[in-house]
Design a protein around this ligand. Structure first.
Ligand code: UDP
Length: 321
């Protein structure tokens, strides 16, 4: 099979490319390197079934040509990272909505099954835990930049589902819950790589707020397995799936665990949200997925435990970047 991965030089995209190549598929990548990095795919460049182009999905003609060449499209190109989103809301909204519009409309012309990556962020401030795919999405006000990400991704989801319902373009949406692993950068605010780098450098580990907020972290290898299996299932078309781990940890406990794994003596410091992000910033207190739907359809369950995930990330940063 031939696959196109938009955002294929990103953290998740590069792992997906690697796994598809391992399974003997042909992989095309388009990435503008805005948050992705050529380093993420440099080990794939010599592979004879790997092709990449550094450009934006907004380049319609090029994207159309790429879609024409493949059987399946993974649309992962997006603005990611809470820090980036708060600092550059225009870029977030435009990238996330326009790029998805372009990819879906071009995929539709050739009727190429398309996967659209979404996020657990769309559940917003919902308190209906664990989050089910058919649950309500609860957003904050439009003056709070953070929610532009959730809303832009929700629009992407509506669009993907509409293409299936109205135009019979096979589409699948997945909401990813805090995916982590090697190659993820802490540059845009993601907590695990940030903590790992701080701990290894002996710098203070910065816990935002009181650290009681919690998350569930999923290893990228588990996520990639789910993404591949979902696109193999026509029953998944037109549906939304949560992909995440159930093991919940508070951010303060996470800081302690990362410090232990890194054998670091870093102190843990608390940073108010308004200093870390912006005045009036609203965090999500808990975020736990209900994964019954994906389990029932493809038998997917996460396999990598949190200690293993943290070891992997710390080892990655210990080795270099
Ligand atoms: N966080 C933190 N210190 C950091 C980066 C993030 O305490 O250096 C917190 C952040 O406020 C949030 C959690 O860690 O409560 C997860 O943040 P991340 O940006 O990784 O993902 P989110 O789940 O918010 O999208």
């Amino acid at each position: 099979m031939r696959y196109l991965i938009t955002g294929g030089a990103g953290f998740i995209g590069s792992h997906l490319a690697e796994e598809l190549l391992r399974r003997s598929h042909e992989v095309y990548v388009i990435d503008d390197l805005s948050t992705g990095s050529i380093h993420n795919i440099k080990h794939l460049k010599t592979h004879d079934k790997f092709h990449y182009v550094v450009d934006t999905v907004m380049n319609r003609q090029l994207t159309a040509e790429l879609i024409d060449q493949v059987d399946i499209v993974y649309h992962l190109a997006a603005a990611v990272g809470v820090k980036l989103i708060v600092e550059s809301p225009v870029r977030t909204i435009e990238t996330n909505i326009q790029a998805t519009e372009i990819v879906l409309s071009l995929a539709n012309k050739k009727k190429r099954p398309t996967f659209v990556a979404s996020t657990s962020e769309v559940y917003g401030k919902s308190l209906e835990l664990p989050f089910r795919e058919d649950g309500d999405l609860v957003m904050g006000g439009t003056t709070k930049g953070r929610w532009s990400y959730a809303c832009s991704k929700a629009i992407d989801e509506f669009l993907a589902i509409a293409y299936w319902k109205e135009k019979k373009l096979p589409t699948v949406v997945a909401r990813l819950f805090n995916t982590v692993g090697p190659r993820q950068t802490g540059q845009y605010g993601m907590v695990v790589p940030s903590f790992a780098r701080q701990a290894l450098a002996g710098h203070p580990i910065t816990v935002y707020g009181d650290g009681k907020q919690s998350r569930c972290f999923t290893h990228v290898a588990d996520v990639v397995r789910a993404l591949i299996a979902l696109m193999d299932k026509p029953e998944a078309y037109g549906s939304v799936f949560n992909i995440g781990n159930h093991q919940e940890i508070s951010i303060l406990d996470l800081a302690k665990q990362v410090r232990e794994v890194a054998q670091s003596k870093s102190e843990i410091v608390f940073v108010p949200y308004e200093k870390a992000y912006e005045q009036g910033f609203e965090d999500m207190v808990r975020r736990v997925p209900d994964t019954t739907k994906i389990k029932n359809l493809i038998g997917w369950q996460p396999t990598v435990s949190l200690p293993q995930i943290l070891t992997d990330v710390v080892e990655f940063y210990r080795r270099g970047p």
